[in-house]
Design a protein. Structure first.
Length: 426
């Protein structure tokens, strides 16, 4: 049994397992439906994977980790796919370089959809005939892995279409409330010992396990995310020209990349626009800012005389307010696929934008890396990355948890990354 799964979670009925499997697998294909075949293949940056690759890789995950190990006499759909669609599992053999994923023009989209249908049928019969406990646990992991790739599909599609000179629309714009954002307030948290990490009965990744205590000094956190309008204030005050606001690495990053705004922002006829999945639109100043790097989040906080939360402060604050994900949270199921202004009573801790924390991505004290290939899932990335919390407007709702730890390098900003301010109470 891999460390990711608790035994009690694999006792779902066959019908429920099959239904959940089918629904999650279908959601990935549905995300790609508005795309042309050409959209499925390009790789405009090394960190962006082509949508076709995501569709194939998430399928390979089921084939490699479940079918080939649990289905007697299983015949691979195509032996070469192990090389083409393995992502980073050294223990699963050699693979196409990440930077070359956009060169895989063959197999085409139709063949990849056939591959998905083949694997889905095979997993379906496995579920029908009764799945050994360990295989059921891997299927659950495979479904959460699929949902991680659904978020990546949205962000990679945004990067692909957002770097097309025509700025194509992915979906019709949602109705936008242009009401001014409500004033922010700060919420106090007492000094004390707080429990951190997952201790529920459901699924969680290995990096959330090992519930432990941390001591936190008293702090306060802003009761909503920073808006585009507030970030514009930083830009107009010369934030990108003032070295004193930036970490040394951040200042180098600003100069090397000539950074002067969040990703996807364009100044046209003296007005700021940003690319959204609904095309190039005027910046909505009430909505939370997204697509900022850790360096930008940190510099903005310094400009305001505040700081970012640590991941422990974030989890303590969120756990104090919620036991489960609130229904109003802006996750992918809301179909906005962009951030929306905070309404009264919405602290935006969950949904809208992943919040950069000032915590390095490190193992918890009782972290145990899974054995075998799945030990490569999270543990080997625990260096030089920062933790983000809370999920975004393109995260599947039922994939999210309060203890969920996302992580990216500090310069990366093609995810829906945002800013929340905090300060110590002295
Ligand atoms: Fe993956």
């Amino acid at each position: 049994m891999p460390e990711f799964i608790r035994e009690e979670n694999v006792s779902l009925s066959k019908a429920a397992q099959t239904g959940r499997y089918s629904a999650i697998r279908k959601a990935s294909v549905d995300i790609c439906k508005p795309l042309s075949h050409e959209d499925h293949v390009v790789q405009p940056a090394a960190f962006v994977s082509p949508p076709k690759w995501h569709l194939a890789h998430s399928t390979w995950f089921f084939e490699h980790f479940i079918l080939s190990k649990n289905k007697k006499g299983y015949k691979a759909f195509n032996e070469s796919y192990n090389y083409l669609f393995n992502s980073y599992y050294d223990s699963a053999g050699s693979r196409v370089l990440r930077t070359d994923r956009g060169n895989i023009t063959r197999p085409g989209v139709e063949e990849i959809l056939q591959y998905r249908a083949y694997v889905d049928e095979q997993v379906g019969t496995l579920l029908e005939t009764g799945v050994p406990e360990e295989a059921a646990a891997f299927i659950e992991l495979g479904l959460h892995h699929e949902q991680q790739h659904q978020e990546l599909l949205y962000t990679d599609i945004k990067y692909i279409l957002g770097h097309n000179p025509l700025f194509p629309q992915y979906h019709a714009p949602a109705l936008r409330a242009e009401t001014p954002v409500r004033p922010a307030a700060f919420i106090d948290m007492n000094e004390g010992i707080y429990g951190i990490g997952y201790d529920g009965d459901g699924f969680c990744f290995d990096n959330e396990k090992g519930r432990h205590k941390v001591f936190l000094h008293a702090f306060r956190f802003m009761d909503r995310l920073i808006t585009n309008g507030e970030y514009l204030g930083f830009m107009e005050d010369g934030g990108y020209d003032n070295a004193l606001l930036w970490l040394a690495e951040g200042w180098d990053w600003v100069k090397q990349n000539r950074a002067a705004s969040p990703l996807y922002w364009y100044k046209i006829d003296n007005n700021w626009y940003n690319y959204s999945l609904s095309g190039l639109l005027k910046v909505n100043e009430s909505a939370p800012v997204t697509h900022v790097s850790y360096y930008e989040a940190d510099a903005f906080a310094r400009w305001k005389g505040k700081r970012l939360l640590t991941e422990f402060e974030w989890e303590a604050a969120c756990s104090a307010r919620y036991r489960e994900i609130p229904s109003h949270s802006n996750f992918a199921d809301k179909r906005a696929l962009s951030t929306s202004a905070a309404h009264e009573g919405d602290d935006q801790l969950l949904g809208n934008a992943w919040e950069w924390t000032s915590s390095a991505y490190l193992p918890y004290p009782y972290y145990k890396q899974a054995t075998g290939a799945l030990g490569e899932y999270n543990g080997k990335f625990m260096v030089n990355q920062m933790v983000l919390r809370g999920g975004s407007c393109v995260t599947p709702r039922d994939h999210m948890r309060i203890t969920y730890r996302n992580f990216f390098h500090p310069d990366e900003r093609w995810q829906f990354t945002g800013i929340r301010l905090a300060e110590s109470i002295v």
